[in-house]
Design a protein around this ligand. Structure first.
Ligand SMILES: Nc1ncnc2c1ncn2[C@@H]1O[C@H](COP(=O)(O)OP(=O)(O)O)[C@@H](O)[C@H]1O
Ligand SMILES: [Mg+2]
Length: 226
């Protein structure tokens, strides 16, 4: 599903990613842990094609069968819209729109009709236990509910892969547990692949595989002291 090799990222003189190689299979749930500043968000943004690697000539990033380093901006945006979903720590819902409207946005960008998008949005919100919250705005929802709306938004175009950056970092422990269980349910029901950056120990351990980042590299488990 994802094959990344030799990913380097520089911000000016600062080398933030120092040659990352990664292979993630379809339907895998992989967690990425590591100290603040290790480069986790930078890596996730690059894997999700929201940011570019600095060495596009040497590095490769194959996502769902497409070599993304050679796509132009327009095709990259289209690719992202159709294949990738994102969940962030702060849900990043648009405050002036209702839950349904927020969920529909990626579908509208994909030029799905309003009626089809709304039908799918309602199905997803219902599946996520939000059937009574369709027309609420983010400020009228709890943190856990807001995050589930963000999950529905990430899912509306049936992406093959979901990237989540500290998705439960802002939730109470019960909402966090529910969100984590939901990821596994989604994988069960829809076969999605998940790459999740998290500080949550339970979630990190629940994953099929836990990767540890230290100073811009993914390190072998055996070399990291507990
Ligand atoms: N846009 C940017 N410009 C300059 N430096 C950045 C930028 N984004 C991140 N960094 C730096 O890159 C390093 C890794 O950041 P980040 O990927 O956010 O780490 P993590 O998510 O593991 O906490 C940090 O030292 C951070 O200050
Ligand atoms: Mg981060």
């Amino acid at each position: 599903m994802i094959k990344a090799s030799n990913i380097h990222k520089y911000y000016g003189e600062l080398e933030v990613l120092k040659g990352v190689d990664l292979h993630i299979k379809k339907g895998e749930i992989v967690s990425i842990v590591g100290a603040s500043g290790a480069g986790k968000t930078t890596l996730l943004q690059i894997l999700g094609t929201l940011d570019e690697l600095s060495n596009k000539e040497e590095g490769t990033l194959l996502v769902n069968g497409t070599e993304t380093t050679t796509l132009n901006d327009k095709n990259l945006a289209k690719f992202r819209n159709e294949h990738i979903g994102f969940i962030f720590q702060f849900h990043q819902l648009l405050p002036e729109f209702t839950a349904i409207e927020n969920v529909c946005l990626p579908a509208f960008i994909k030029k799905i009709s309003k009626s089809d998008a709304e039908k799918r949005a309602k199905e997803l919100l219902d599946f996520l236990g939000l059937s009574h919250r369709h027309h609420h705005k983010p400020s009228e929802l709890s943190g856990g509910e807001q995050q589930r709306v963000a999950v529905a938004r990430a899912l509306i175009n049936n992406p093959a892969i979901i990237f989540a950056d500290e998705p439960s970092g802002n939730l109470d422990s019960e909402s966090a547990d529910n969100l984590h269980k939901l990821f596994f349910e989604l994988r069960e029901n829809f076969g999605q692949t998940f790459v999740i950056v998290t500080h949550n120990k339970e979630l990190a351990e629940m994953a099929d595989r836990k990767l540890t980042m230290v100073d811009g590299k993914i390190v072998d488990k055996a070399t990291v002291s507990a």
